[in-house]
Write a protein that binds this ligand. Structure first.
Ligand SMILES: Nc1ncnc2c1ncn2[C@@H]1O[C@H](COP(=O)(O)OP(=O)(O)OP(=O)(O)O)[C@@H](O)[C@H]1O
Ligand SMILES: [Mg+2]
Length: 218
């Protein structure tokens, strides 16, 4: 891959095949630091697949993915520590509290438990759910879980933030809040990519890409 923009997340000629189908077809795109990029397209078009390949969870069948010139695929599906995800299915641990779910993202990166809990608390406040810190995730509403998932993705100050439908369960106010926080992550220099059907969210992004049947349409 030719050296691209410093600190950019790049896909070059990426295809991904599964179960005899081509889910991503020759995708070349550059996600820049300091920008929020929207990825939209119909259900089943390949948004989640693209984020999974871009974040190093899946190995491209053809082509290359790299962040700041370093390959995203590390041979085993473990993402690079620079990457944080908001997963479409949240990926929270149901029997842990909201605070613990956020805190573990920091502990996994070597932060001491006490400090991790404090930072988790502050991050929940950022998403207006500070009062839910002690609540078990399985006792939260869909929209509340979604905000815990956003807090967990943002807490570590990752360089690359990949958010899959982060506002699908949210009301107008919470959607605005999540967009503001994604913007704040980009403002501190992160690469932020948001897969979404939410047209208002798309409009609020710096750059928009559309995917259709696994191909980047624009
Ligand atoms: N592991 C897999 N094996 C086979 N097919 C898959 C696999 N994962 C996803 N697909 C298929 O790949 C296509 C793209 O799926 P993907 O989840 O990327 O779509 P999406 O754009 O995120 O859709 P949505 O808006 O509904 O979340 C779909 O047709 C889906 O059924
Ligand atoms: Mg999806």
């Amino acid at each position: 891959m030719s050296p691209g923009a410093a600190g950019a997340l790049e896909l070059a000629g990426v295809s991904y095949d599964a179960a005899g189908r081509t889910l991503l077809n020759d995708v070349t795109v550059c996600f820049r630091p300091g920008e929020v990029t929207a990825l939209s397209g119909p259900s089943g078009s390949g948004k989640t697949t693209l984020l999974s390949v871009a974040g190093g969870l899946l190995e491209p069948t053809r082509g290359l993915t790299a962040y700041a010139g370093r390959p995203m695929w590390r041979g085993n599906g473990d993402p690079r520590p620079e990457v944080a995800f908001v997963l479409q299915v949240y990926g929270l641990v149901p029997i842990l509290s909201a605070r613990e779910n956020v805190s573990i993202a920091l502990r996994a990166r070597g932060v001491a438990p006490g400090e991790a809990d404090e930072r988790a608390e502050a991050e929940l406040a950022r998403f207006h759910i500070a009062d839910l810190g002690d609540r078990q995730v399985e006792e939260l509403s869909g929209g509340q879980m979604q905000r815990v998932a956003c807090a967990r993705a943002c807490v570590a100050g990752a360089e690359v933030l990949l958010a899959d439908e982060p506002t699908s369960e949210l009301d107008q106010v919470s959607r605005g809040l999540v967009m503001e926080q994604l913007r704040a992550e980009a403002d501190r220099g992160a690469v932020v990519v948001v897969a979404t059907h939410d047209l208002e969210l798309v409009e609020a992004c710096d750059r928009q890409h559309v995917i259709d049947e696994g191909r980047l349409a624009r």
